[in-house]
Write a protein that binds this ligand. Structure first.
Ligand code: CO
Length: 183
């Protein structure tokens, strides 16, 4: 297992639509395990293939239950996901490991029914609500080459991207001054 490098915006891989996965072999399982390890290392609740430089339709997620009486689903390996039904509306303050530091309110469906395949290619179904539904929609967008700022109205999107550019410059500035200190 290995922690992979996370691609950050504006890396062009984040705009690439993922290809369908048709080989459910050891290589695929290793990619999924590495993605899970990377997600935990960065304290994320979801991670899509594009975020580690692969234009494929796969993602991992591990979302804590919102309600104590809900049983936790734990780590999910989701391959070739399709949203077959959606209901309601929810606004969540989302972050993204590919946009470090940026948090934005995004409007999504409150419930999604997702059909997918697991790491062995078996057909699965999942009905998700709340945070898990938000997370799945965010990650399924990634496998379609869509990032969370694309879900904002034009003006809010412009402001969010400007804000992110500022955060990125500040982070780069910090890296440079740390190098100065250590040299
Ligand atoms: Co993301």
């Amino acid at each position: 297992m290995a922690v992979l490098k996370i691609r950050t915006w504006p890396d062009p891989i984040l705009k690439q639509k993922g290809a369908l996965v048709d080989r459910f072999d050891e290589d695929l399982r290793r990619i999924l395990e590495d993605m899970a390890e990377t997600m935990y290392a960065y304290k994320g609740i979801g991670l899509a293939a594009q975020q580690v430089g692969l234009a494929l339709r796969l993602l991992v997620c591990d979302v804590p239950p919102m309600d104590e009486k809900d049983k936790p689903l734990g780590l999910l390996y989701i391959v070739n996901p399709v949203i077959v039904r959606r209901e309601g509306e929810i606004t969540w303050n989302e972050g993204c490991l590919s946009f470090p530091g940026l948090e934005i309110d995004v409007r999504r469906s409150e419930m999604v029914h997702v059909a997918y395949q697991n790491e062995r290619g078996e057909k699965k179904d999942l009905i998700a609500r709340g945070l898990l539904a938000v997370c799945l929609q965010h990650e399924i967008d990634h496998v379609d080459g869509i990032v969370f700022t694309d879900r904002l109205p034009p003006l809010a999107r412009k402001m969010a991207l400007r804000n992110y550019e500022r955060l990125r410059r500040e982070a780069q500035g910090r890296e440079v001054s740390q190098k100065d200190l250590s040299s």
